[in-house]
Design a protein around this ligand. Structure first.
Ligand code: 13P
Length: 248
């Protein structure tokens, strides 16, 4: 069974107006000169996907979306379907981010429906899971993450490319990170679950996310079972994101 291909992904969240495209351009230029060892993907606000995809063409940088609706079209004001995002140039989609699980009350079943939509449209899902601080303190991190993933990953993923991001909620945007031992324990559990459930489970990359920055990237990225990173704040500037990519 092949090893996971490492992936470093930048989630811009609701940041970055058109001017920020210059950061994607700088990143693409640098990676065109000196290619990264890992796959690299940027997830800008949906309105920038098309322009960013045009801009980074040929550089190896892929562009993705931060969410999609489960249906392909219809009366869903304000939403975007996986097909629309694909047409705009997205090739991946982040699903089940904790900011959507919390802010929009997305359940595991909602996330699983969105994963189905992504597969229908040819988008590679990056499915997120992570425990809250209360759950961590109660010693429930492993079971919470495993249960979220069991419910969020439909069987139809079998044999298809997808990725997982472990993002402890308490580490997102806080500057706090778990210890390497804590990261390795959760990643080990996720790899076991993937291998048990999917024929291609051993080659599914499991990314770590939550306060990854240039100064801690090497330590987190080289922890056992960590196959890349999902980076928020530090992916907004090429100057910060590049050293993280180079550390992978
Ligand atoms: P930060 O890197 O800003 O902590 O965000 C992590 C995250 O939520 C990426 O999806």
């Amino acid at each position: 069974m092949s090893q996971p291909t490492r992936l470093v992904a930048g989630n811009w969240k609701m940041n970055g107006a058109a001017g920020a495209l210059r950061e994607a351009h700088a990143l693409a230029e640098s990676l065109a000169k000196e290619p990264a060892r890992a796959r690299v993907a940027l997830f800008p606000p949906a309105i920038l996907i098309h322009r960013m995809a045009e801009q980074v063409k040929g550089s190896g940088v892929q562009v993705g979306a931060q969410d999609c609706h489960p249906e392909s079209s219809g009366a869903y004001t304000g939403d975007l379907s996986a097909e629309m995002l694909h047409e705009a140039g997205a090739r991946l989609v982040i699903l089940g981010h904790s900011e959507r699980r919390t802010g929009y009350r997305e359940s595991d079943a909602d996330v699983a429906a969105k994963v189905q939509a992504a597969l229908r449209a040819g988008l590679e899902p990056v499915v997120c899971a992570g425990e809250s601080l209360t759950q961590r303190d109660a010693g429930q991190a492993l079971e919470v993450v495993a249960a979220q993933l069991q419910g969020s990953l439909p069987d139809s993923l079998d044999g298809l490319p997808f990725a997982i991001a472990y993002e402890p909620v308490w580490a997102i945007g806080t500057g706090r990170t778990p210890t390497v031992e804590q990261v390795e324990a959760v990643h080990g559990r996720i790899h076991d679950l993937l291998t048990a459930r999917f024929s291609n489970g051993a080659s599914v990359p499991v990314l770590y996310g939550g306060s990854v920055k240039p100064s801690n990237a090497a330590e987190l990225l080289h922890a056992r079972g960590v196959d890349g990173a999902l980076v928020g704040g530090a992916s907004l500037k090429a100057h910060d994101f590049l050293p993280i990519i180079r550390a992978a």
